[in-house]
Ligand binder design. Sequence first.
Ligand code: 0GY
Length: 290
Amino acid sequence: MDPDYLPFHANPSKPTFRAPVGAVDAHCHVFGPADKFPYHPKRKYTPCDASKQQLFALRDYLGFSRNVIVQASCHGTDNAALIDALQTAGSLARGVAVVDPEISMQALEAMHIAGVRAVRFNFVKRLVDSTPREVFLGIAEKIRKLDWHIVVYFEAPDLEDLIPFLKQLNTTIVVDHMGRPDIAKGVEHEEFQRFINLMAENENIWTKVSCPERLTLTPPDYSDVVPFARTLVERFPDRVLWGTDWPHPNMKSHTPDDGQLVDVIPLIAPTEELQRKLLIDNPMRLYWES
Ligand code: 0GY
């Protein structure tokens, strides 16, 4: 583990908010354990191990039913830890993989059987070396045959440049963490409005209203992020997902309390109907009904 790496919370609080039965944590990771699933040699950070057993225990503790497990950059394109977790969880988890452009259809089909339903394209420069867009387009073509979608991770200043590429993908796209808006600039700033307009104009684009702990300017008080997430939930109730982001890689400001993160949900999705769409209907449609 890196010397400045903050491990996940050892004793998160029990959330006050009771998630509806069947709720999905649609963004979380498993890391290692390194002795069984080594981290990638070209990784940009070395996390603390965060096992499938710990993830599933947290799921139950927080009152959730299912997980969507996302391959993180520290495991590169070796999806073994992810696949192992999916095989243990069976129908209770689905996965998002990161793959090499040369991957065979046979390998992709095996991943599909294990529960993978998407690939992730990461554009965050501190996490990955850049990948040429033609390479991503090649992967997009391959996975089209399996009816998977594409999860993209980028930061708000990079969106303008990425828009033509996102349009080229021509499939369902899920944007991680609301496109990482700069909270200091506010909801009305052109950067966040650009993201809202992108979703308004492209019905194939979804987003995760996740990661107040990464975006807030006032940790561990997440209220400054609420207007951003709530705007998206109310405007696009059928295209939003929510996740813990456990075990919260690369946090620098504080160690998030997962129970406190769950308690943000009723602030961003204030009605039972919005909560049901966010936590059940939308993730089930995207990850379980295909
Ligand atoms: C997240 C966020 C981060 C890390 C990764 O793939 C990754 O390593 O996504 C981050 O550092 O912002 O979604 O887990």
